[in-house]
Write a protein that binds this ligand. Structure first.
Ligand SMILES: [Zn+2]
Length: 468
């Protein structure tokens, strides 16, 4: 029997009816929550001091693309993107070059550095939609001890989902998408449930516009047959909207997928920004889940209608997507931008956004054992220090977390009761060594991209646009 005790924290249980327990001990035995009590006197293998800390269910980062972020940060944030496009279109060429030109060791370093940010950002479960290097990701799940739901994205290259060439969005050759779908099924067969069930495999069609209708239908059948989820980008940008409207006689992406019988509680739709009349009703009726990435969309000067989903009865999870992985920052953006869009300071509130990142995600993953702290739930926990000059003294712990904390305040994360991070350090790796390898890989890629004219030659003095 392995016992972990998290002592003296303020416990927010999450789940269907969240409760706050001040100064309790949380006991995890053999990976599951065994007790919440005032003073645990039994023997423990791992003791964690959570005095002055908030203890919450481990956060679920419900949508990322590992290996797509570290070398891309800062490259195009303030730059124009085509009106119909998304942020990633501007980066497609450099991302593609990374997949093609970096060695396996270089790419593995970037992916691990990316993963370190996700774990230090508060996630205990990471939902990964993979564009390459899935074997590296699987090794990281095994080595670093976190929980992951992994899908092989089809089509499986960044170029095939669109990039900018001569000012226009173009699509690269997608290759054999049917074969990639089969590879995803195969991965489910060989890897689902590995590492004491810390790894699960789902299907990952990229989007309604990039996957042929026939393969979307096959995906739905496989979901029913195997009980797996299908995660896809949905109503993400106007390029997608226009493509679907053209081929479906004017339907929205959501109407189109509904007409195929694709939607349901096994579907997680990422972004869901451009919704039109009736779309939210379809999502609610089919119990399709939405994954909200507020910070990523804000960089595109967009707010997805987060509050309309919640108010309309649609289950919502929270994700950083790419480029930044601080889950607390995404909680704050979800709350703040939701208030602005809703013109109401009261909605969404702190506990509502935290519920989305915990219980909402667990519902989307169809994992009743995740997203809450209760007897029998998995021992996936985040411990956040509420004693900094920015977030204390604490009148309301959830508001201190959402409005005044950041990932740097996270003291511990645990998965199955075992520590994964401590004070921002990911415990299963040598972070300094990974940092050096990842930085070197990025520098070499930038040099190659400058040579090819994909990036400006003098990167510290490139055009930063207007100043007023
Ligand atoms: Zn994505």
């Amino acid at each position: 029997m392995a016992t972990t005790v998290v002592r003296d924290g303020i416990i927010w249980t999450g789940g269907a009816s969240p409760q706050v327990h001040a100064r309790r001990d949380l006991v995890i035995e053999n990976g599951t929550v065994a007790a919440i009590e005032p003073a645990f006197r039994g023997r423990a293998d791992t003791e964690i001091d959570a005095g002055g800390c908030l203890v919450v269910p481990g956060l679920v980062n419900a949508h990322v693309h590992a290996g797509c972020s570290p070398h891309i940060r800062g490259m195009t944030e303030d730059a124009a993107i085509p009106k119909t496009g998304a942020y990633y279109h501007a980066l497609g060429s450099v991302l593609t070059m990374g997949y093609q030109q970096l060695s396996r060791d270089e790419f593995a370093a970037l992916m691990e550095w990316d993963c370190i940010a996700m774990l230090a950002g508060g996630a205990t479960t990471i939902v990964e939609e993979n564009f390459g290097g899935h074997d590296i990701w699987i090794e990281l799940v095994e080595k670093l001890g976190f929980r992951s739901d992994l899908g092989l994205t089809y089509p499986n290259s960044v170029a095939s989902i669109g990039y900018i060439k001569d000012g226009k969005i173009v699509m690269g050759d997608p290759g054999d998408i049917g074969a990639m779908f089969q590879a995803g099924l195969k991965l489910h067969e060989t890897h689902n449930g590995k590492f004491d069930d810390r790894l699960r495999i789902h299907l990952s069609p990229h989007g309604p516009d990039t996957v042929p209708e026939e393969i979307l239908r096959e995906t739905r059948k496989a979901c029913d047959r195997l009980g797996v989820n299908a995660n896809l980008h949905l109503a993400q940008h106007l390029e997608e909207r226009n493509t679907i409207a053209k081929k479906s006689g004017g339907k929205t992406s959501i109407e189109f997928l509904d007409s195929l019988g694709f939607l349901g509680p096994h579907v997680m739709g990422m972004h869901v920004t451009f919704v039109e009349k009736g779309d939210i009703g379809i999502l609610a009726r089919t119990r399709t889940n939405v994954v909200h990435g507020s910070y990523r969309k804000a960089k595109e000067a967009l707010i997805s209608p987060f509050w309309d989903f919640v108010a309309g009865g649609v289950n919502v999870a929270i994700a950083t997507d790419s480029f930044s992985h601080d889950m607390i920052q995404d909680l704050r953006f979800a709350a703040m931008l939701g208030k602005i869009r809703n013109k109401d300071v009261g909605t969404p509130n702190a506990s509502q956004v935290l519920a989305c990142a915990t219980a909402g995600a667990a519902t989307a993953l169809r994992r009743p054992d995740l997203g809450h702290i209760g007897i029998g739930a998995r021992g996936d926990i985040a411990v956040i220090d509420l004693g900094s000059p920015f977030n204390s003294p604490v009148y309301d712990p959830l508001r201190s977390l959402v409005y005044y904390s950041s990932a740097r305040d996270i003291r511990w994360t645990l998965v199955d009761g075992k520590p994964v991070t401590k004070n921002g350090q990911v415990l299963g790796t040598d972070m300094n060594a990974v940092r050096q390898r990842a930085h070197a890989a990025a520098e070499r890629l930038w040099m190659l991209a400058e040579k090819d004219g994909l990036l400006p030659k003098d990167r510290f003095h490139h055009d930063h646009g207007h100043t007023h």
